[in-house]
Design a protein around this ligand. Structure first.
Ligand code: ZN
Length: 634
């Protein structure tokens, strides 16, 4: 909160008489759940106005007379933070037997609401309006993403596995839907689902839309994987058959990787819209994937982000079935501890990428180029001099929300994804080396995700168990390995995994395929390894590399680059001038706008454009080709 310079500080009394607020009790999961399988809480979500950003949730909550507290989910699985969007919640009404009841919000825990339930009352009727697109965009006039945690209240301190819901949705006229929720029964626009525990409801998002396509990717008996696509524009559903054929390899490749399955049905929900941001949220029997309009029709998108669906699919095993013990909570008010995200997200970043190459969604031969861009980004982060990787995982709930100024100095949540990939590639190549190619990380994953087939249950793990399972595959001091790479400060990431795979990192003027694709898709300029800055959206400088020529010259995030050497800025002009600067001795002049001031920043740099690549180490086995080769027979 900001106090105005002309505020009322002067009139504050010297001694304030404060009414003591009742301290909120620590959230727990010990309350006896009133909503049971035979007497569930009913939830009817009227989504007919989702197109204009409004929905209504109507609940009938089983209660007992006396003080009763219901809560709005605060901690969101998959988002790894207290992101429950309280600002979505409006027009709250509580009644019983048709009579309005007073409610009051807790003064300390703003996610909790208190009601005094009169004698003789055993259900409360609770209704509220959901402002769907506040704070983030979840619907357009053609598609909507339903995350049930945003649409409900539940009894405070109840165990989410014990409190039952019977959910229903009323869809906009003519819209289709996809979800992993069991027992759908559709009559007209209304779909009723079977009774499910709260944790399963929150774990089963529903996508719906006017233009849609359901594609069966895999089936064996009653088990199947569906791709349910909802597009803002109908032409974006004209997906090439060759791409669908690659996505059909996903389930067989995941079974080969893990040697198991812990879902009965799986829905890869994919919403295509330029208006709704890029996002992927994992669930046990589905995933909530959000991508640009042309994600499935423009091959550049698959090169840049072809791991979106594979990453989320892999999470069904790594993240949902196997989950860090301290991240596993019994309801959505209890804080999660995120230290082991270097396994949950870090290993998954490696496996999601690996599956995107093994399925052929991306070309396996492109992996070295991908890895070069990933490694080089991490190798030039001043934040690494003070923050070990473990600090980025512990601080994840805050780091996911941290945007803006100098991400390379702060370090970001993206670090434990990117560095996690290097870390687990390191472990994979180490296992292959120590077992002379007989074993790999796949063998570890088979132990990690055993037994072969179960329904969607969760088995928790600790760091000790991970180290012990690795030791069963290849005896080694895995504790010291992770201690060095995760828990200690490391100014640059180790290059062991590159050398062991038969590759080394170089910088040349040849563009890196992944970096240039990203530049084209997002209309940005990546001069990180040359002048030393990244130009993001709207030609605004997004970050400046500490110690680089741009840094020395005084460039800063937020500056808008208007012209380079008196020529209006375009990515093409900038690259041309960078090449020309190799043959001149003078600085390159950037005309920048900072707030309402214009400056000329003169950057002395004559090395030309620079991009990272991997080149082969002669006479050494190419382990990357082996790792990315398909494993499921086809
Ligand atoms: Zn993930």
């Amino acid at each position: 909160m900001k106090l105005s310079s002309f505020g009322c500080l002067a009139v504050l009394p010297l001694s304030l008489s404060l009414t003591a607020a009742t301290p909120a009790a620590e959230p727990n999961a010990n309350a006896q759940a009133y909503a049971t399988q035979s007497n569930p809480e009913t939830l009817v979500l009227d989504a007919r106005d989702a197109g204009r950003g409004l929905m209504t949730a109507t609940m009938r909550i089983p209660v007992k007379p006396g003080p009763f507290t219901f809560v709005y989910p605060e901690w969101t699985p998959g988002e790894h933070g207290p992101t429950g969007p309280l600002s979505d919640l409006s027009q709250l009404k509580v009644s019983a037997n048709g009579r309005a009841l007073d409610w009051r919000r807790d003064q300390v825990d703003m996610y909790a609401f208190h009601v005094d339930v009169p004698q003789g009352i055993d259900t409360l009727d609770v209704e509220f309006t959901i402002l769907v697109n506040s704070p983030d965009r979840m619907s357009t006039s053609n598609v909507a993403i339903i995350n049930w945690n945003r649409t409900l209240f539940y009894q405070a301190d109840a165990n989410s596995h014990e409190v039952y819901f019977k959910p229903s949705i009323i869809l906009p006229d003519g819209w289709g839907y996809g979800t992993a929720l069991p027992g759908p029964n559709q009559v007209g626009q209304r779909v009723d689902f079977a009774e499910v525990p709260l944790n399963m409801l929150v774990d089963s998002p529903l996508d719906c839309g006017r233009y849609y396509k359901h594609i069966e990717l895999w089936r064996k008996g009653g088990a199947y994987q569906m791709l349910d696509i909802f597009a803002d524009k109908p032409q974006d559903l004209d997906i090439p058959d060759t791409l669908i054929a690659s996505y059909k390899h996903l389930a067989p490749e995941a079974f080969a990787l893990y040697g198991s399955r812990h879902w009965d049905v799986y829905h890869s929900l994919l919403e295509l819209s330029d208006v709704i941001g890029f996002q992927g949220i994992e669930h046990h029997q589905s995933s909530d994937n959000r991508a640009p309009d042309d994600f499935m029709t423009n091959a550049q998108n698959q090169l840049s982000a072809g791991d979106l669906l594979t990453h989320e699919f892999s999470h069904s095993w790594n993240g949902k079935y196997r989950r860090p013990a301290d991240l596993t909570t019994l309801n959505f008010q209890i804080p999660m501890q995120t230290d082991l995200l270097w396994v949950y997200e870090g290993m998954n970043q490696y496996l999601g990428d690996l599956l995107s190459f093994r399925t052929g969604i991306r070309t396996p031969g492109d992996y070295p180029e991908y890895l070069a861009a990933l490694y080089a980004g991490l190798a030039s982060e001043p934040g690494r001099n003070t923050e070990p990787l473990i600090d980025t995982t512990i601080a994840a709930p805050y780091l996911y929300q941290a945007i803006g100024s100098y991400p390379s100095i702060r370090r970001t949540a993206g670090d434990f994804y990117a560095e996690g990939e290097l870390l687990w590639l390191d472990a994979d190549t180490l296992i292959r080396e120590r077992t002379r190619g007989r074993k790999s990380l796949d063998d570890f994953l088979h132990l990690y995700s055993a037994p072969a087939v179960t329904g969607p249950i969760t088995k928790t793990y600790t760091r000790e168990e991970i180290e012990q399972l690795l030791n069963q595959v290849a005896p080694y001091d895995w504790h010291a390995f992770f201690q060095k790479r995760v828990y200690e400060v490391a100014p640059t990431p180790p290059t062991d995994e590159l050398a062991r795979s038969g590759w080394r990192l170089v910088y040349t003027s040849e563009p890196n395929k992944f970096i240039t694709t990203r530049e084209a898709l997002f209309h940005i300029s990546d001069m990180w390894f040359s002048y030393g800055f990244l130009l993001g959206k709207d030609d605004l400088v997004a970050d400046v590399r500490e110690g680089s020529p741009a840094w020395v010259a005084g460039m800063a995030p937020g500056m808008k680059i208007l012209a380079v050497e008196n020529q209006a800025y375009t990515d093409g002009a900038l690259k041309y001038i960078a090449t020309q600067a190799e043959h001149s001795s003078g600085p390159t002049a950037f005309l920048v706008q900072q707030d309402s001031w214009y400056h000329t920043i003169e950057v002395s740099y004559h090395g030309g454009p620079q991009y990272p690549h991997l080149v082969r180490i002669r006479d050494q086995t190419d382990m990357l080709a082996k790792i990315m080769a398909p494993r499921a027979g086809r």
